[in-house]
Design a protein around this ligand. Structure first.
Ligand SMILES: O=C(O)[C@H](O)[C@@H](O)[C@H](O)[C@H](O)COP(=O)(O)O
Length: 254
């Protein structure tokens, strides 16, 4: 597994450059296999990246009928709630793609919907784990995403796996329910590290001085996931850290 760190001048350039990188990566991947499975993230840089894709003329070079969208985590809220990562991704990217992206290619984590049997984040996690099984190789349990994107919090969380919280240590399943999230809202659903580690490529995007400590911790050798979950956000084939100068400052300072 290779790890690469790429530094950008600021958050806006980071989002635009990550969008360009992701678009060309999708095109390259599609020259080898289809469909391609992409895992999306919430957060300001993650959504800004999706919006940059949604504005980019290069988006027309991707055969979106061969791209499936999944999520690394979700806020457990009713469908359409503006705080849901899915809602923000629909506004930023899925809407602008229009009919080019088939509705069946979009796989959101289930929303709060007691009438549909999704009354708890545990219900949503179980339903998503069942859907993800369809991505597993024959007979295997674990799904394989081609590219799985994460933002990172100032505490070093990725997805909804927070330092000192039980989700970091969950194994044997691909999804977990999250309660008492330090980042609102309190109820969430997240992929586990079992699912994260089977992704071929993991991309972590981070911008801003408030992330510098967590980036330095995550990139330092031997950092445990319990203190900095982002340190263990690694792909089976490649891990890419896409940061701005402010977020890498403590690493650069040595
Ligand atoms: O549901 C969420 O909130 C995100 O998935 C979360 O993991 C986010 O990516 C980080 O908290 C970074 O968010 P910012 O880029 O806004 O700091």
């Amino acid at each position: 597994m290779t790890r690469t760190v790429l530094v950008h001048p600021d958050a806006q350039v980071l989002a635009e450059a990550t969008a360009a990188r992701l678009l060309t990566r999708l095109i390259d991947l599609q020259s080898g296999h289809s469909p391609v499975h992409l895992g999306l993230t919430g957060g300001t840089v993650g959504i800004a990246t999706l919006a940059a894709i949604g504005r980019s003329p290069v988006r027309h070079a991707v055969d979106w009928t061969g791209v499936h969208l999944w999520w690394g985590d979700e806020r457990f809220l009713p469908d359409g709630d503006p705080d849901r990562n899915e809602t923000q991704a629909r506004e930023a990217l899925i809407g602008p793609l229009g009919d080019a992206l088939p509705a069946a290619n979009v796989h959101p984590m289930p929303a709060l919907d007691p009438g549909a049997g999704i009354a708890t984040p545990e219900d949503a996690a179980a339903a998503y784990a069942a859907e993800l099984k369809g991505l597993a190789a024959d007979g295997a349990e674990l799904p394989v995403l081609d590219v799985l994107m994460f933002g990172m919090g100032p505490d070093g969380h990725v997805a909804s796996l927070f330092p000192g919280h039980p989700g970091v240590g969950v194994s044997g399943v691909t999804t977990t329910a999250v309660h008492d999230s330090p980042k609102p809202p309190p109820l969430r659903v997240s992929l586990t590290f079992d699912a994260i580690h089977t992704a071929r490529e993991v991309w972590v995007v981070a911008a801003g001085a408030e992330k510098a400590g967590a980036v330095a911790s995550a990139l330092a050798p031997g950092t445990p996931a319990s203190t900095t979950p982002a340190a263990h956000a690694t792909g089976a084939e490649a891990t890419l850290w896409l940061v701005d100068a402010a977020a890498i400052a403590e690493v650069a300072a040595g």
